[in-house]
Design a protein around this ligand. Sequence first.
Ligand SMILES: CC(C)(COP(=O)(O)OP(=O)(O)OC[C@H]1O[C@@H](n2cnc3c(N)ncnc32)[C@H](O)[C@@H]1OP(=O)(O)O)[C@@H](O)C(=O)NCCC(=O)NCCS
Length: 177
Amino acid sequence: MRKQKKVSESYVIMTELVLPNDTNTLHNLMGGRMMHWMDIVSAIAAQKHSNRIVVTASVDNVSFSESIKLGNVVTLEAKVTRAFNSSMEVHIVVFAEDIPSGKKFMSNQAFFTFVAVDQSGNPIDVPDAVPETKEEIELYDGALRRRQLRLVLGGRMKASEANELKSLFDLKEKSAK
Ligand SMILES: CC(C)(COP(=O)(O)OP(=O)(O)OC[C@H]1O[C@@H](n2cnc3c(N)ncnc32)[C@H](O)[C@@H]1OP(=O)(O)O)[C@@H](O)C(=O)NCCC(=O)NCCS
């Protein structure tokens, strides 16, 4: 039987202050810098879950709805939602805060996929992730669907084999009739 670890054991919080070198000419945080921080915080979560070296396999769509300003404090929270064989999906939520005005908002969220590898860079199995809270269970339940979608889009799975995705569309079609 595979080892099991609680989702909460992978939880990581990272805090950054937006400095001049992190911004564009409008003094807004650059998207690339944000992606860098997201990659780091989510890699640490995947490492904590697997106790292995991990590599980024894919990044789902990331959009930026509101700009983050020079001097803002950025907090990134990450945790593994579900583990498959060697891969793990990590959910990242990013908050920005202007401390003088007390304004705090959620900037964006994303899913990154990491693969645990051995010293030669070959994929290696990881423990199962066990969700406990309502939110963790919802994220866990949606993870298989998101995995199939990204593998189909990445050309690693035939659409005809994505059963979880197909059942979702079948359900939607039935409820529309
Ligand atoms: C990720 C990597 C280890 C996968 O190696 P591979 O030889 O394709 O291995 P496999 O086909 O056996 O797949 C291994 C796992 O990776 C997952 N995977 C591979 N490509 C993926 C992708 N694009 N998106 C999501 N998962 C992916 C597979 O689904 C599989 O998951 P599972 O073991 O949980 O079922 C390899 O492609 C790699 O080293 N890539 C470079 C990673 C890197 O340098 N990242 C930083 C880039 S900036």
